[in-house]
Design a protein around this ligand. Structure first.
Ligand SMILES: Cc1cc2nc3c(=O)[nH]c(=O)nc-3n(C[C@H](O)[C@H](O)[C@H](O)COP(=O)(O)OP(=O)(O)OC[C@H]3O[C@@H](n4cnc5c(N)ncnc54)[C@H](O)[C@@H]3O)c2cc1C
Length: 332
């Protein structure tokens, strides 16, 4: 909790692909920028849902994995040296008589800016964690809820706790990288799994334990050493494990657009052609927005992000040019 009193030209709420591109583009318009992200990492849904998947529909990049795209976007955003704040969920937004916005996060920290860009998607996605004591103490190092940085799993003993087809996908991805992969399901079926996926799992070297629960985690300094699992059929088994990955679905916490006073349509922020919302000085971009013809794609967030930034530039200085060319700016 605290005061982040330094006044910024613009605060971008959300550090997904839209927020990152907008943060870069703010540099093109000489805007002093702050990005506030509720999670501990940048990249939003691309990092959370498709870090290892290939993305083919970003202009100029024939194919790229989600985490590579996010890495490059962070590099691009950092050209503008925005202030980046992690682990803060913005709860309220108020505007004072001098048209300065105050954004307050759930821990009470306050941030001030002359304009705001909402790049929040529809909210944040929290993993439904496996039910076992002591999980948190391993989370920084050897307990994961998304499968990124595959190299860390090379030659290791991996346990995946999942009752979902995502668990099968992860197990089959790691099978050829890890020394051994256990897939521990607390039910006897995998949610949403197609027959071909179950067939591939059966033909793989993955050791599947059904109707099994995690009972105890053992290890030191955040590193796992052993996990005890238990089923009615086999009783307790102690298994050597270096990394545990958990996926039992995600719970979305919706961004409080209505509490912020924003008009919405089907749960999305209503915007005009300038990406302006109903509140003067607040603009929106990316998956947070809804309008006829809207597409929910990474590239849509880029275009909407730069429109929102250009609108902020105009809002702060009505004489500002409607747009600029990067070729002109970076030749300087
Ligand atoms: C399975 C899947 C596959 C996809 N495949 C493709 C594809 O192939 N190509 C493509 O172009 N698109 C694809 N998409 C869509 C793409 O992921 C989205 O369009 C894109 O991620 C939207 O980015 P965003 O930055 O607008 O929102 P998000 O990525 O949702 O980022 C929003 C960020 O805001 C943060 N946030 C939310 N509320 C607050 C708050 N109150 N305070 C602080 N922070 C907050 C969140 O934590 C999050 O990090 C796919 C999506 C999914 C789910």
């Amino acid at each position: 909790m605290g005061e982040h009193n330094e006044l910024h030209d613009v605060i971008i709420i959300g550090g997904g692909t839209t927020g990152l591109f907008a943060a870069f583009y703010c540099g093109m318009r000489d805007l002093k920028t702050k990005v506030i992200e509720s999670g501990s990492e940048l990249g939003g849904k691309v990092l959370q849902f498709l870090p290892e998947k290939l993305i083919y529909d970003v202009g100029g990049i024939p194919q790229i994995t989600g985490d590579q795209l996010v890495e490059q976007m962070i590099e691009q955003a950092s050209i503008n040296q925005p202030t980046i704040i992690f682990n803060q969920w913005i709860e309220t937004i108020t505007k004072d008589e001098d048209d300065i916005f105050t954004l307050t996060s759930s821990d009470g920290t306050r941030h001030r800016a002359k304009a705001v860009i909402v790049a929040t998607g529809t909210g944040k996605f929290n993993p439904v964690k496996p039910e076992v004591d002591g999980l948190e103490s391993f989370e920084q190092k050897s307990v994961h809820y998304t499968i990124s940085n595959l190299q860390q799993f090379a030659g290791k003993q991996i346990m995946i706790a999942s009752n979902n087809r995502i668990g099968i996908d992860w197990a089959l991805t790691l099978e050829n990288i890890a020394e051994r992969v256990y897939l521990v399901n607390n039910k006897n079926t995998f949610q949403h799994a197609a027959d071909e996926e179950l067939q591939s799992l059966e033909e793989s070297s993955v050791i599947v334990e059904l109707n099994s629960n995690l009972i105890e985690l053992q290890g030191e300094d955040g590193w796992l050493d052993e996990i005890t699992i238990k089923s009615d059929e086999k009783g307790e088994q102690r298994i050597k494990v270096d990394h545990l990955l958990g996926y039992n679905g995600l719970k979305m916490v919706a961004t409080p657009f209505k509490e912020w006073g924003l008009e919405t349509s089907s749960g999305k922020v209503a915007v005009d052609h300038y990406m302006a919302t109903n509140i003067e000085g607040i603009f929106a971009a990316g998956d947070s927005t809804g309008y006829p013809g809207k597409t929910m794609l990474i590239a849509s967030g880029y275009t909407e992000g730069l429109t929102a930034v250009n609108s902020v530039a105009k809002y702060l200085n009505p004489k500002a040019a409607p747009q600029v060319y990067s070729t002109v700016i970076y030749r300087k």
